[in-house]
Design a protein around this ligand. Structure first.
Ligand SMILES: [Zn+2]
Length: 352
């Protein structure tokens, strides 16, 4: 009974105050809080002590991230709520009991991720290779499924952008990339079938010269956040770009009854207008978008949009102490490219 489960919030500064729990079991936030608290406590130790336990601290962070990923996979695998919680509890128990021994056994990683290459300095081949990788990452991270897409502005011709032809993202290769102008006309006469929602990209690029890349997602938790009339605020630093919340595009307000898709220029313009100068938007009954100043930026934001939405919903009726606007601003200043995430996510899709 979603309407009852997600009670209307009362927002006071950074706090979303909810009604008392309705008795629905929800252990997951406790698991996340426990892990976060464990890592945070390590980080708060004096410098001398922190140095002595630094390997354990890094290992704990790594394990926490692995747990999050495993939980995502369990969710994606369709575990029921109770089954999902049982699985996650087992994972957590095993991870915590094994943490110390694993930290001793593992040597610290020595490879640093490569520095990010600014998009305007990439040659076309490297840019298109990143766009292909982005398609695979987004599918692997659960941001897109058979639908959803990512594009990048052409640095050599800023009125054009690159995007895959109509294809499931995990199948995209460099030969599937097409170049479109603001009217969604292929630059090279390509006649292959295109995404009906390519107008999302064209009309945002047209009015946002700062935007170099766009992701469109139908991730279930992002869809849900666009329907429950609650602000999606940053729960942790990686969601700092959410700031004071994202605008919600309601296609019905301007276009009445539709199939919900942004399948022409007028709808693309309306969405771009709702987006304004924000880093993303939710779309009622449909999904969401994130924009960025590079492929890594828009992809990173889309992944953390999804994770932040998952955490918001997992909190159920509990009070969420979100980042304040100033905390969000400062956190966002440190997350401009997500290079280490991009390196990790790229390796994950290249292994499989
Ligand atoms: Zn869509």
């Amino acid at each position: 009974m979603p309407g009852k489960y997600y009670g209307a919030p009362v927002t006071t500064d950074s706090v979303i105050d909810r009604r008392e729990p309705t008795g629905v079991s929800d252990e997951l936030p406790i698991i996340f809080q426990s892990c976060s608290s464990f890592v945070r406590n390590l980080e708060m130790l004096p410098p001398r002590v922190t140095t002595e336990v630094s390997v354990q601290g890094d290992a704990a962070k790594s394990i926490f991230k692995e747990i999050s990923m495993e939980l995502n996979h369990l969710l994606k695998a369709g575990f029921g709520r109770r089954g999902f919680l049982s699985g996650s509890s087992l994972l957590l128990t095993g991870a915590l009991f094994g943490a110390t021994e694993e930290a001793k056994a593992k040597t610290p990683p020595v490879a640093e991720p490569p520095d990010a290459v600014p998009q305007e300095k990439q040659d076309k081949n490297a840019l298109l290779a990143d766009l292909v990788t982005a398609n695979h990452i987004l599918q692997d991270q659960g941001v897109v499924d058979g639908y959803g897409h990512v594009s990048v502005r052409n640095p050599a011709n800023p009125n054009h952008f690159f995007i895959s032809r109509w294809l499931a993202p995990d199948l995209v290769t460099v030969n599937d990339i097409v170049e479109l102008d603001y009217d969604c006309v292929p630059a090279n006469g390509d006649t292959r079938k295109l995404y009906s929602e390519r107008w999302i990209h064209a009309e945002i690029y047209r009015v946002r010269p700062d935007v170099k890349s766009i992701v469109h997602t139908h991730a279930p938790t992002v869809v849900l956040m666009g329907t429950i009339n609650e602000p999606l605020l940053p729960i942790y630093h990686m969601g700092g770009f959410l700031g004071t919340g994202l605008p919600v595009f309601d296609i019905r307000k301007s276009f009445g009854m539709t199939n919900m898709l942004i399948n022409d220029a007028a709808k693309g313009k309306a969405l771009a207008q709702t987006l304004g100068d924000k880093p993303g938007a939710l779309m009622r009954g449909h999904g969401g978008i994130t924009v960025g100043n590079s492929i890594m930026h828009s992809v990173g934001r889309s992944v953390y949009l999804k994770i932040n939405a998952e955490m918001h919903l997992q909190a159920g009726n509990r009070k969420i102490e979100t980042l304040s606007p100033e905390e969000a601003h400062q956190a966002e200043a440190g997350n401009q490219e997500f290079p280490k995430d991009w390196d990790l996510w790229s390796r994950m899709v290249k292994k499989s």
